[in-house]
Design a binder for this molecule. Structure first.
Ligand code: PLP
Length: 424
């Protein structure tokens, strides 16, 4: 077979882009060489519908072991009693939870997308907003933080069946214990979506949802630094509260409902090459090195926020407890879209993002979201965060000046020269 140069040249071009640029997208990271190797391994050839020991295909002895190791490592990492490592993505993990817990039309209470939530938390353009009946909580306009008394009021009024605690662009720690009080007061199931801060939570740097939330979902590719994928966990298995009974009259356990919701409810064959890569990433995350990495991510994010505030940038909530922050650009006379485009020309990648109470459309927006997980993997520390803020500011203040953007790109390339994608 002839090598497909067209695609391999593009892969090389993307590698060069990643190597020479500054990656500040809060949801991205760089996996280790061994995670990459597993993701590109022969396991991609294997069909394995079902679960370890209960497959619908022959020849699954090896992948059974791989998947069980991934499950066991995730349990150890997060202190979970139940783990399903098969969801192909964070969205599919959330889809499976809703499928297991809800009927179409049931009410869900989630974090408003325009305030920092995720599409799968009830957005009208997503299945979660079309199939279910979403209501939302958001942040306070003055402070940019969640007001738990208001969330309680909304829950009491709306009586949702499922409450989602978690976000894509919220820089403050989440009070899962308080969310549980709210959920219990209305008899709702509480799901935490820790896709963004999962790596920090795993190492005890942020509040732990596992003792408080019935179900926890996550992606594996953000701060957790694994391959692109999703996962569902429970601290403790429980009887499903909505009365689906088995033949013997007993209630079906949530673990069994969740497993069925992933397969056959929502997916066919699992991606065993990705599950192997997840297992390796979980093994890496169990080490002390990963704790040091997460502490550096937190320190770098705090340094970015401090330097940005020092230059007059408005960070929603005034700072960050985790890896990310949302910058409101309304005092800088530039839209999120223009900022993103100018920064990309300077080899700095961020994403435009709605800010709470934004008056611009989601295609334009008034803000950008940045995060420190990927640049920390590249080996950058607090001093470089200050340099990065200088570079961002130069771009934003001169966003229509191509010469300035080119000059900043040269400085970015010099900063990132000789740094491998993954620094062990
Ligand atoms: N949940 C949250 C909070 C997220 O931030 C994301 C991704 O950005 C997802 C779910 C969905 O993950 P995926 O893109 O893997 O479907």
């Amino acid at each position: 077979m002839q090598r497909d140069e067209q695609i391999f040249e593009l892969i090389q071009a993307e590698k060069e882009r990643q190597l020479h640029g500054l990656e500040l997208i809060a949801s991205e990271n760089f996996v280790s060489n061994q995670v990459m190797e597993a993701a590109g391994s022969v396991l991609t050839n294997k069909y394995a519908e079902g679960y370890p020991g209960k497959r619908y295909y022959g020849g699954c002895e090896v992948v059974d072991e791989v998947e069980q190791i991934a499950i066991d490592r995730a349990k150890a990492l997060f202190g979970a009693e139940y783990v399903n490592v098969q969801p192909h993505s964070g969205s599919q993990a959330n889809t499976a939870v809703y499928h297991a817990c809800l009927n179409p039309g049931d009410k869900i209470l989630g974090f408003d997308l325009s305030h920092g939530g995720h599409l799968t938390h009830g957005s009208p353009v997503n299945f979660s907003g079309k199939l279910y009946n979403p209501v939302f909580y958001g942040v306070e306009e003055e402070t940019g933080v969640l007001n738990y008394d208001k969330i309680q009021e909304i829950a009491t009024k709306e009586q949702p069946k499922l409450i989602i605690a978690g976000a894509s662009a919220y820089s403050r720690d989440i009070d899962f214990a308080r969310f549980r009080v709210i959920a219990d007061s209305v008899g709702a199931i509480l799901m935490a979506d820790i896709s963004h801060p999962a790596g920090m939570i795993a190492k005890g740097i942020l509040n732990d949802p596992m003792p408080h939330c019935h179900i926890v979902t996550t992606t594996t590719h953000k701060t957790l630094r694994g391959p692109r994928g999703g996962m569902i966990m429970m601290g403790k298995d429980f009887d499903n509260p909505f009365g689906i009974t088995l033949k013997d009259g007993s209630l079906r356990k949530m673990s069994s409902l969740l497993d069925s919701a992933v397969f056959p409810g929502n997916q066919g064959g699992p991606l065993e090459h990705i599950i192997a890569a997840k297992a390796i990433a979980f093994g890496e995350a169990l080490t002390d090195e990963f704790l040091h990495y997460q502490l550096q991510v937190k320190a770098n994010a705090a340094a970015l926020a401090k330097a940005l505030v020092g230059k007059g940038y408005n960070i929603i909530s005034g700072g960050t407890d985790n890896h990310c922050m949302l910058i409101d650009l309304r005092n800088k006379d530039i839209s999120g879209k223009d900022a993103e485009q100018a920064l990309v020309k300077a080899d700095i990648t961020v994403n435009k993002n709605m800010v709470p109470f934004d008056t611009r459309s989601p295609f334009v927006t008034s803000g950008i979201r940045i995060g420190a997980a990927a640049v920390t993997t590249r080996g950058l520390k607090e001093a470089e965060m200050e340099q990065i803020v200088e570079l961002i500011d130069e771009v934003i203040m001169n966003y229509q000046d191509e010469a300035v953007l080119e000059a900043v790109a040269d400085k970015v390339n010099a900063l990132m020269a000789d740094r491998p994608l993954f620094v062990a």
